[in-house]
Design a protein around this ligand. Structure first.
Ligand code: ADP
Length: 653
């Protein structure tokens, strides 16, 4: 070998050695590179050539791809991960090889399809960096990626939460606003409620809250808030409230009371109050009773007005017991609610016995129907019913009473109750009887000499009629007229006396009305008629007391003459309607006012006319009594200055 060759050989050997060294170095460099790569916190893969073969890969990347080293080294990247063909990576890798640019992508989604077909969504930050060979050609790409799936997902979740939170916050603030408003309103309502409301805290009853009304009834101001109840209201010390409140604490049960009385100090003066109260225990967080809620309705006014009513009722009852009359009260239904002491003493019964059956049993049976009918009319008209009636006493005697049942009406005219006052008139009745007997007796005694006087006067008149002494004849005529008047008056008294002692018997016979008319016409003739009297023709007959009805008719005719100008007409007529025969006497006289018309049938009632017309006011009373005993009706119509018509009707059968 020549030197050159030897030298070359040497060089070659040296080069070989160098090569070997550098190969060894390369190997060790490669393995240390792999080690370094594995240690990197990033995924690293080197993709080589246009086929995109996996040249190098670290553990982290294998894990990310979910592959083993053998499955990937030397194989085309898209074969290993066919999923990624649809994604931009292959194109980007080739672009880096062509253009040598560096691609840096943040938060790129990478989707893998798992064996079970489910999609694994991952996120990575990655860079594609061109790698050059010794000739400066770019044949490989260094892919360095960081999986940030967790961060992205957590951030996204965070963002979602944040959004939700924001939305919730928005809502919350709206709700809060509303809540604040409604709480304010609630507080205001409680504060200004017309009901006293407050909260006492703890067993020593610290006033935590008291609304305006509570402070008002306590007679205090806000300064009591924070004080204990006994300190704020020392006047309660001898009243039951503290004990009741303690009980609520002990039992945990609410306390309710109506119209509980409290004496409360207002400006140094004790005032009486009545409340409907509730003491409601309110639990704290540890289930223990922490507070008592007080709700109290001030019912002082109602209680005092009720007490006033009760008092006035007591007053009324005491008064009712003091008056000498018998007093009763009844509901509109007729149910009796009160009999005074006099009633109970008179009946010898308890209130209950008298109410349930006694009252009506005590009435004289003859008077019950009229009383019931009268009461019914009074109820309809809203007017008092006045009647004289007998009630049986404890000895079984019927005692005369003046009974007045007065309906009490409300503003609408509705009956709210009946007040009955029943006065013993037995003595008056007896007095009256004695008076009637006396009048009867006197009248009777007067009648006999008067009848004789009349007879003598008629005898004298006959004698003088034959003589020429005209003036004496006239005097005699006048005397006869006055005697007739006096007889009529005495007869009236006698009738009243008889009537009132029930001694007017009614003797009914059938007679014709026209006969009655003739008799009355004759009688009037006899009395020197001063008016134009007309009797309408009538063919009816009636069953009645002939004399008494004749008396009624002549009374009405003589009244018609008495109260109208001489020469005016008086019409007497009869008319049948249904089962009733009605007779009318119409004059053209002075007339009667409506007010007087209501009274002319009463005993001794006379209208104040200013003109002196003689009479006692018993004529119409007698007429009415006679008609009443015939179960008939009597009434009048009249107009002042125009005349009056008096009617009476009798049942035909
Ligand atoms: P007297 O006629 O005796 O007063 P009456 O009982 O007959 O008593 O009448 C009562 C009152 O009725 C009379 O006072 C009179 O004022 C009034 N009166 C009766 N009839 C008539 C009549 N036809 N016209 C006007 N007033 C009459």
């Amino acid at each position: 070998m020549n030197e050159e060759a030897q030298a070359t050989n040497e060089e070659l050997r040296a080069t070989n050695e160098e090569l070997q060294v550098s190969q060894e170095m390369l190997h060790s460099a490669n393995s240390s590179l792999a080690q370094i790569l594995d240690m990197l916190p990033a995924s690293v893969v080197v993709i080589k050539g246009r086929e995109l073969l996996v040249d190098m890969i670290n553990d982290s990347n294998l894990k990310y791809w979910n592959k083993t080293r053998d499955e990937v080294i030397g194989r085309p990247f898209l074969e290993i991960l066919p999923d990624l063909a649809e994604q931009p990576f292959a194109g980007q890798l080739r672009r880096v090889m062509d253009t040598h640019e560096v691609i840096d992508v943040k938060e790129s989604p990478v989707l893998f399809t798992s064996a079970d077909g489910s999609i694994r969504e991952t996120y990575v930050d990655y860079t594609y960096q061109p790698l050059y060979d010794q000739y400066g050609n770019c044949t490989s790409v260094l892919v360095m990626s960081f999986e940030i799936t967790d961060q992205v997902l957590s951030r996204r979740m965070l963002e979602r939460y944040a959004n939700e939170l924001a939305a919730a916050n928005d809502q919350l603030s709206v709700t809060n606003n509303k809540l604040a408003k409604s709480e304010a309103r609630f507080k205001y309502l409680i504060q200004e409620a017309p009901v006293a409301i407050g909260i006492l805290n703890g067993r020593n009853l610290v006033i935590e809250n008291a609304n305006s009304k509570l402070l008002e009834v306590w007679g205090k101001n806000e300064s009591v808030i924070g004080l204990t109840l006994p300190a704020a209201l020392p006047e309660l010390s001898n009243q039951p409230f503290q004990q009741i409140l303690e009980n609520v604490f002990d039992t945990g049960e609410a306390f309710f009371a109506n119209e509980i009385r409290a004496m409360l100090e207002h400006n140094g003066e004790l005032k009486e109050y009545y409340f409907n109260v509730v003491y409601q225990p309110v639990g704290g967080s540890d289930q223990q009773i922490a507070d008592i809620l007080i709700v109290a309705v001030d019912v002082t006014q109602q209680v005092s007005s009720r007490k006033a009513v009760e008092q006035s009722e007591q007053h009324f009852r005491r008064l009712a017991d003091l008056v000498p009359a018998k007093i009763s009260n009844a509901l509109p239904t007729g149910e009796v609610t009160f009999f005074n002491r006099h009633w109970l003493d008179f009946a010898g019964m308890s209130f209950e016995d008298m109410r349930d059956f006694g009252y009506h049993q005590m009435m004289h049976p003859d008077e019950v129907p009229a009383f019931r009918a009268g009461l019914a009319t009074a109820a309809v008209n809203g007017t008092p019913h006045v009647s004289e009636m007998r009630f049986k006493n404890t000895e079984g005697e019927y005692i005369w009473h003046l009974n007045i049942a007065s309906p009490i009406l409300d503003e609408d005219g509705k009956i709210t109750m009946w007040v009955g006052s029943t006065t013993d008139i037995q003595q008056i009745k007896e007095e009256e009887q004695r008076k009637n007997d006396f009048i009867g007796m006197v009248s009777h005694e007067l009648k006999t000499p008067l009848t004789s006087l009349g007879g003598y006067l008629q005898l004298l008149r006959r004698r003088f009629a034959k003589s020429d002494d005209q003036s004496s004849l006239q005097i005699l005529e006048q005397s006869l007229k006055q005697t007739a008047k006096m007889t009529a008056m005495i007869n009236g008294f006698l009738n009243v006396a008889h009537l009132e002692s029930g001694r007017i018997p009614i003797n009914k016979t059938i007679f014709s009305i026209s006969t009655l008319f003739d008799e009355v016409a004759n009688e009037a003739d006899h009395l020197n008629v001063t008016h134009k009297l007309f009797f309408a023709p009538i063919s009816e007959e009636v069953l009645a007391d002939h004399d008494k009805i004749g008396q009624v008719l002549s009374n009405l005719v003589s009244n018609a003459m008495k109260y109208s100008e001489p020469g005016t007409a008086i019409n007497v007529s009869a008319n049948v309607e249904g089962n009733y025969l009605t007779i009318a006497v119409a004059d053209q006289g002075m007339g009667i006012s409506d007010q007087d018309l209501n009274h002319v049938f009463e005993r001794f009632y006379r209208v104040e006319t200013g003109i002196n017309i003689s009479g006692f006011g018993i004529g119409l009373y007698l007429c009415a009594e006679i008609i009443k005993r015939h179960q008939g009706k009597i009434w009048a119509e009249s107009e002042i200055g125009k005349g009056s018509t008096f009617y009476f009707s009798l049942p035909m059968s």
